[in-house]
Design a protein around this ligand. Sequence first.
Ligand SMILES: [Mg+2]
Length: 216
Amino acid sequence: MLDWDNIDTVMLDMDGTLLDLHFDTYYWLEHLPLRYAQIHGGSVQEAKNLIYPKLMALKGQLNWYCLDYWQSEFDVDIIALKKEVDHKVQFLPGTEAFLDWLKTTGKHIYLVTNAHAGSLAVKQPHARLERWMHGFYHSHDYGYAKEELAFWRALQANIGYDPTRTLMVDDNMQVLATAQQSGIEHLLTISEPDTQKPPQATGDFMAVANLGQAIP
Ligand SMILES: [Mg+2]
């Protein structure tokens, strides 16, 4: 398993790593089309036909994570609509226990996320991640998504972490591959980021179903 003795910095993704990706899946694929149809007229299916291709086209790019971009693209209040379903925001199994354990180790714990500040504002009242985190780092503040090498260079210049003693946990294999390319030594992925979906393929990366399984 993980070489905890040689890790002093732990970077954690939020959606699909700490929090159940079901909230985001449900919001973008079901709730947004439903409310779009109610607000702009037309059927829910017509709204899906319009929304899905636009989402797919930008996947992995910074704008894909940008609520301002989608607010203007779809002409709806994305954050207000998210709050309508915020009861679905929840931790993945075992994750709060993992964070409680991790905090006792004295390691530096950082949230490193592509999530937009507006998305964090919807989730934080439920998640209260400041209970465990020593810092919050958002790709929007750097102008690059975590999928881009430039993000990691900027983050390291900012925080000054030792990549050989750093662990990055993310449910996105593209993000982990880029983190690895930037020199981060310890990498872990989540095979069950969405509790309502079957497990995802995790390639060659070390994987756990959820972070509860990463407690030694
Ligand atoms: Mg994620």
